[in-house]
Design a binder for this molecule. Structure first.
Ligand SMILES: [Ca+2]
Ligand SMILES: [Ca+2]
Ligand SMILES: [Ca+2]
Length: 611
């Protein structure tokens, strides 16, 4: 969840000068808008077989514009010049956009894209089968610095007194050991809602790409190999915490701490937030009652726990299979499977959604879908147990989950349709007859088609709404398009997925990759919102921002930027993005959004890249 209140207080001294600084520091290009001409490409690059479309945009019509590719080192032209074609339409504040298609260029190398004779050039990028080489391994270090308990990035232990219970079957404030897991975003809360999905995305990514992961770190995230793929070490950190959140066969806790956390930037091991037991002391752990909760001014509208329970079951079943088969650890595997079965049964008893629990502010994770999660859980449990009840359930929940999604919608509440794509349909697919398989692929196709229709309306081919965490939607859309292709052999949505991938990696109005530090030599977020990057000054490599947001939504939150906006020429009345530590709406990396990208980062590297 967002570090909602910390954003308003940092660096008071900077706030005195913004007008002067803004004028002084705006790039010269902003001061001559009439002649403004820009080009954007994916900063990481393209596989040889990818559709490859860069974007040029301009304040004025450029009917004679041409473009070419140059060798990044020598500057020699290697392809083109080629006509840019007609104006692809307005976007944001620029009325002219040109789609620069160089799909037929496949020769591996490092290149830039130049607007011929205009003195405008893209950042360098790779074309080649290794363009995505090992990016996912670098991204895993992001999760190290999110770890609660022992944090290997800081080499410090935090929140060792978590927690004391609320709403639980035991008396209020009973001590329960729920240390571990991951902080949720730039703050120090921990949610089963997002962490369960994060562990699930890691296990899914592993299972789809067995044998393709490095071992450079141990279980604690220290740089010593331990014989276990690092993606499984990371997942295990979350799994162990999830087991603690399920301390008895019929009990489930879902959240540690609440928005009282938002007292400003603080290192996790020096947590000044006070939950009634003094600063840097015990924090509250919430039981999943499936009913409205809130200890302060605000309450949620929870109706059940099946969203959390279904995912919990899916994750534990996947873990059981991997620990048994790949790590030869049947004892741990049995523990995972037992936990999964128990929590799944709790989900059957309490259909509906457990939302995040607010306290002082109304903001919360507002998930309303649960059939998707129960479908996923039932499908995974069936794979391990072959008990018919699970398959019957999975089919029933699949029909219920259907096409319910943000895909194709203009807007949605915060995490309303979570996770942002339903893995349940994909996991159920191999378990059912051909007719039901057609139904499942039809669900995916109808969602993707709705997105494609919307995407065709703008030059970037972006069909998702710019609600809060738009990058999470983008990441999920790519996953779904690739999985649909796996299921059907139908690649009609691949190019849409690539356009979205390219947006995330810098082919957007601001020209900023949405991943901190990826690529290493690119233009990436320098001032992400979060305590650790702010207080240590260190790069939290791999973190995916929450991303661009509708300007109207941004204004509602009345955020204060802490410095001049270096991307001011690219903000518009439609959508904004700020590389500013004060902007927790667009520039705060998130645990689960980052996890969602792991699957396709590996896919572009180890599957499509090696074809
Ligand atoms: Ca390892
Ligand atoms: Ca859901
Ligand atoms: Ca900045």
């Amino acid at each position: 969840m967002k570090n909602v209140r910390s954003a308003v207080l940092p660096i008071a001294g900077w706030l005195i000068l913004p007008a002067i600084l803004l004028l002084a520091s705006l790039p010269a290009r902003a001061l001559s808008q009439q002649n403004a001409l820009f080009v954007r490409a994916n900063q990481v690059g393209y596989l040889p077989g990818d559709s490859k479309v860069a974007i040029a945009f301009s304040a004025t019509a450029r009917p004679d514009l041409r473009f070419e590719l140059a060798d990044a080192r020598s500057g020699d032209r290697v392809w083109g010049p080629q006509s840019t074609g007609p104006n692809a339409g307005a976007y944001g504040r620029y009325p002219y956009h040109y789609r620069l298609d160089f799909t037929d260029f496949t020769k591996p190398g490092r290149y830039t894209l130049r607007l011929t004779g205009a003195g405008v050039e893209s950042l360098p990028f790779t074309v080649g089968p290794d363009a995505y080489h090992d990016l996912h391994e670098r991204m895993l270090t992001y999760f190290h610095q999110q770890r609660c308990g022992y944090n290997p990035f800081l080499d410090e232990a935090c929140h060792r007194l978590d927690g004391r219970t609320a709403y639980g079957p035991l008396p209020d404030s009973t001590y329960l050991d729920v240390s571990g897991g991951w902080h949720d975003a730039g703050d120090d809360l921990r949610y089963l809602l997002t962490s369960g999905n994060t562990a699930g995305r890691m296990l899914f990514t592993y299972r789809e790409n067995r044998g393709k992961f490095h071992d450079r770190y141990n279980a604690l995230g220290q740089p010593h190999p331990n014989g276990i793929p690092d993606i499984l070490d990371e997942a295990k950190w979350g799994l162990d915490w999830m087991l603690k959140m399920h301390p008895a066969p019929d009990q489930l806790y879902h959240q540690v701490a609440d928005d009282r956390d938002h007292t400003g930037f603080k290192l996790p091991y020096q947590d000044t937030a006070d939950y009634g037991w003094g600063p840097n002391s015990y924090r509250v752990v919430y039981y999943a009652t499936g009913k409205p909760q809130g200890l302060g001014k605000y309450r949620n509208t929870s109706t059940g726990i099946a969203n959390l329970a279904g995912r919990y079951a899916a994750v534990m079943a996947m873990a059981a299979e991997i620990w048994e088969q790949d790590l030869d650890d049947p004892i741990t595997a049995a523990r995972f499977l037992q936990a999964g079965k128990e929590v799944y049964a709790m989900g059957l008893q309490q259909p509906g959604c457990q939302e995040g629990t607010p306290c002082l502010a109304p903001y919360r994770y507002h998930e309303i879908t649960w059939a998707d999660d129960m479908e996923w859980g039932a499908a995974e449990l069936y794979k391990l147990t072959r008990q018919d009840d699970y398959l019957t359930d999975a089919r029933r929940f699949a029909t219920l989950a259907n096409t319910v999604s943000w895909m194709g919608a203009d807007t949605a509440r915060h995490y309303e349709y979570y996770p942002f794509m339903n893995l349940g349909h994909y996991e159920l697919f191999p378990l059912v007859d051909a007719a039901f398989q057609d139904t499942l692929t039809g669900y995916y196709r109808s969602q993707l088609e709705a997105l494609r229709q919307r995407a065709l309306r703008n030059p970037y081919r972006i069909g998702y709404p710019f609600i809060w965490c738009s990058n999470n939607l983008a990441a999920a859309l790519i996953t779904q398009a690739l999985l649909y292709e796996n299921m059907t052999g139908d690649d009609r949505y691949r190019s849409m997925a690539l356009e979205v991938r390219d947006w995330l990696l810098g082919r957007n109005p601001w020209g900023v990759s949405q991943f901190v530090g990826i690529p290493a030599d690119g233009v990436t977020p320098q001032d992400p919102h979060g305590s650790i990057p702010y207080l240590t000054g260190r790069e939290i490599t791999g973190g995916l921002n929450d991303g661009p947001i509708y300007t109207s939504t941004y204004r509602q939150h009345r955020l204060e930027l802490t410095g001049p906006d270096e991307y001011a020429p690219f903000q518009s009345s439609l959508v904004v993005f700020h590389d500013d530590i004060g902007d927790y709406a667009t520039n705060e990396p998130t645990l689960d959004g980052t996890a969602e990208t792991l699957f396709w980062m590996v896919y572009f590297d180890r599957v499509l890249g090696k074809k």
